[in-house]
Design a protein around this ligand. Structure first.
Ligand code: ASP
Length: 353
């Protein structure tokens, strides 16, 4: 009897080990052909971005910044650098630009402050780092990566995250660094509207409703595949204008705003964060590829156009799979976006088509 039990235990162990091996071989039933040895894709937010409301100069400014950012990441990948470095450096260019709602240019909270969120995930190890409600760290994406590499945690918030940043030598700035007149005026406009138009208890919900019609989600994100086949994804944001009570959106939440898995794909989201959290958008795309053998295109379309839309959520994603296929998917009027393949072919777009 003892022998039979032992044999059974051995067999279970053997089958278990085999399954583990299978999961790490980077082969799925839906595996297609590799089309890019390396590739990079970025977004600068989705929303009601309409040609009729955009001046030619503004449009050119956005496109130039997207091009500058993606080319930094692309050249890192081309020279054999890691997807982690490519994602960080690319996002930092956008964090430093006042055009996007991330780093400098972040939107304001109800209290007139800037509270920044960011996250990063490494598709090889499935390790991740995230920060929320940070007020004085110049590069939230760098801090998120530091949390992943130099702490035993995945997510830090507020003052603690700032202390960790200081202890690890990251650049600290005065909170006024994040101030931009344009974003401050948006806060004032929304507060004005709140006073006059909204006269009931649930002001926040009503604000979101009122604002969402014209919302422009300016979060930034990047997904990269390097020559070693490793996928990395990162997202950085100021959140949503007029947020209060320490509200945290999807951007720092692994599985919602960011996800990466070498077996499937990497994803970065932008949109109405509450819906992206409830839908687990980024992980759902990866899961549909893993468990339903969907292609990247099918999975992103299903999650954004079908599931998220039915729930009432608005926004979009960028995604990149382990064969170098890339997808932009959004249900808003536009999304600032760009991609570059291993041949250096650059695509930059803002509106639907
Ligand atoms: N998703 C972000 C949030 O809800 C907003 C954005 O994408 O701009 O905080």
């Amino acid at each position: 009897m003892k022998k039979i039990t032992l044999l059974f235990a051995f067999l279970t162990l053997f089958i278990g080990c085999n399954t583990t091996t299978e999961n790490t071989t980077n082969v799925l039933a839906n595996q297609q052909e590799k089309i890019n040895d390396f590739a990079i894709i970025i977004h600068g937010g989705a929303g009601t971005i309409l040609k009729k409301n955009m001046s030619d100069e503004k449009e050119a400014e956005y496109k130039a910044k997207l091009e500058e950012a993606i080319k930094v990441g692309h050249s890192i990948l081309k020279n054999g650098g890691t997807s982690q470095e490519a994602v960080m450096k690319t996002i930092q260019i956008m964090e430093e630009s006042p055009l996007f709602n991330a780093g400098k240019g972040a939107v304001f909270t109800n209290a007139g402050t800037n509270e920044l969120d960011a996250s990063f995930m490494d598709g090889k190890t499935l390790n991740a780092g995230a920060v929320a409600g940070v007020t004085d760290v110049k590069s939230p994406i760098e801090l998120a990566i530091k949390v992943m590499t130099d702490s035993e945690h995945v997510m830090l918030s507020g003052k603690g995250a700032s202390t960790f940043a200081k202890e690890n030598g990251l650049e600290i700035v005065d909170p006024s660094y994040f101030y931009t007149e344009r974003r401050f005026k948006s806060l004032e406009r929304i507060k004005e509207r709140e006073k006059t138009e909204l006269d009931h208890d649930d002001k926040t919900a009503a604000f979101y409703d009122a604002d969402i019609k014209n919302a422009k989600f300016g979060t930034v994100g990047c997904v990269a595949l390097d020559k070693d086949g490793n996928i990395a994804a990162g997202t950085s944001t100021g959140g949503m204008t007029n947020k209060r009570w320490g509200r945290i959106g999807d951007a720092p939440i692994i599985g919602s705003g960011t996800y990466a898995n070498n077996l499937t794909c990497g994803v970065s989201s932008t949109g109405w964060g509450e819906y992206f959290i409830r839908s687990q958008v980024a992980y759902d795309i990866s899961a549909q590829m893993e468990y339903q053998q969907k292609t990247l295109k099918e999975a992103t379309q299903n999650v954004i156009q079908n599931k998220l839309t039915k729930l009432g959520g608005t926004g979009g994603v960028i995604a990149l799979d382990n064969n170098g296929n890339m997808a932009f998917e959004f249900n808003t009027a536009g999304m600032y976006r760009a991609s570059m393949d291993d041949q250096g072919e650059l695509i930059i777009k803002i509106y639907k088509e």
